[in-house]
Design a protein around this ligand. Structure first.
Ligand code: BDR
Ligand code: CA
Length: 319
């Protein structure tokens, strides 16, 4: 089984990623670290604990991390505001409350201790702002050699979702993102909006997931239906009646790499632009002379993605 640590800001699509990672028999979710983002970090942590408990995986330890960006304490966070915004971003997830508690240890300490002690490879999958990971690297630069693979949801080449130029996870802490992307990790996969907006989930897919009758199937159907309703209101998706479920696509890719089509390219992050702060500058034509530093996804297979969700969420839950 492939081991992973997820760094989340749960979050509606983070919730689906957590369920897929915790329930897929080919994966072993060894721990979850939490960062500020979609909603304040304490809410993200509570959401994470609730989602895991809901699917019978309350045994997975959850470690809270940064409550603000690495170097921009003034940045306008969190993301979700207003009734629509907070529901879309996960202020109110359709899973029951839990009495489960986060671990005492902080996220950065957990990451450093775990990777120092690891005997098997553990893939790191950050699907929120990169604050926790950059902070861990600042404390222990040797993590670059200890983390064999990083799969990041973030960025966009043709699409920005929080400004015309930028995607939220990168925009939320651009300095942290630049540090992580250019830290020198041996293997980095970046899953930007260009790919996640190709794996759109529809109302019909939600009906299929709801019909499974399992906690994960029911919760995912409800979460994704709400995401679609919101996109319908804004008329944003190229295909009506669909929504991306960004973070979960990274988990699907760990099990089936053919779900994404990637190109090995250079990416840097704009941390100082007037209109472009948080932009991932992806060198698709090799103009910069900078060496490729990531496998960047530009396409995804929606059928394989939804089939995987349906297959895994149909299985009996629990540890
Ligand atoms: C990313 O931003 C967050 O709101 C989502 O959870 C996802 O990780 C998409 O831009
Ligand atoms: Ca997220």
């Amino acid at each position: 089984r492939r081991k992973l640590i997820l760094d989340v800001d749960t979050g509606t699509d983070d919730a689906v990623a957590l369920m897929l990672a915790a329930l897929h028999p080919a994966l072993e979710l060894v721990g979850v670290t939490v960062v500020n983002g979609n909603v304040p970090v304490s809410v993200c942590t509570d959401n994470t604990l609730r989602v895991l408990d809901h699917i019978g995986r309350g045994d997975i330890p959850v470690f809270e991390g940064a409550d603000r960006p690495f170097m921009r304490p003034d940045f306008p966070m969190p993301r979700g505001t207003g009734e629509q915004g907070s529901k879309y971003h996960g202020e109110t997830l359709p899973v029951p409350p839990t009495t489960r508690q986060k671990q005492e240890k902080r996220a950065v300490e957990y990451l450093i201790e775990t990777y120092r002690a690891a005997t098997d490879p553990i893939t790191l999958v950050p699907v929120g702002t990169l604050t926790n990971i950059a902070a861990a690297l600042a404390v222990e630069p040797k993590l670059v050699g200890l983390i064999p693979e990083v799969v990041i949801m973030g960025g966009g080449h043709e699409i920005g979702n929080v400004t015309p130029a930028a995607e939220f996870n990168i925009w939320g802490d651009p300095e942290a993102a630049e540090r992580v992307l250019n830290a020198g990790f041996e293997k980095v996969t970046l899953v930007p909006l260009d790919a996640t907006h190709r794996a759109l989930v529809s109302y019909d897919d939600c009906d299929r997931l709801a019909a499974l009758g399992t906690p994960a199937g029911t919760a995912t159907a409800e979460i994704v239906r709400f995401r679609i309703d919101t996109h319908e209101k804004w008329q944003r998706m190229p295909i009506r009646g669909t929504a991306p479920v960004h973070d979960a696509l990274c988990i699907a890719f760990l099990v089936d790499p053919t779900i994404l089509t990637t190109r090995r390219l250079n990416v840097v992050v704009e941390a100082a632009g007037t209109y472009t702060i948080g932009r991932t500058v992806i060198d698709v034509y090799g103009r910069s002379g900078r060496a490729p530093n990531a496998d960047i996804a530009f396409d995804a297979d929606p059928k394989k993605f939804v089939d995987m969700l349906a297959e895994i969420f149909a299985r009996p839950h629990g540890a």
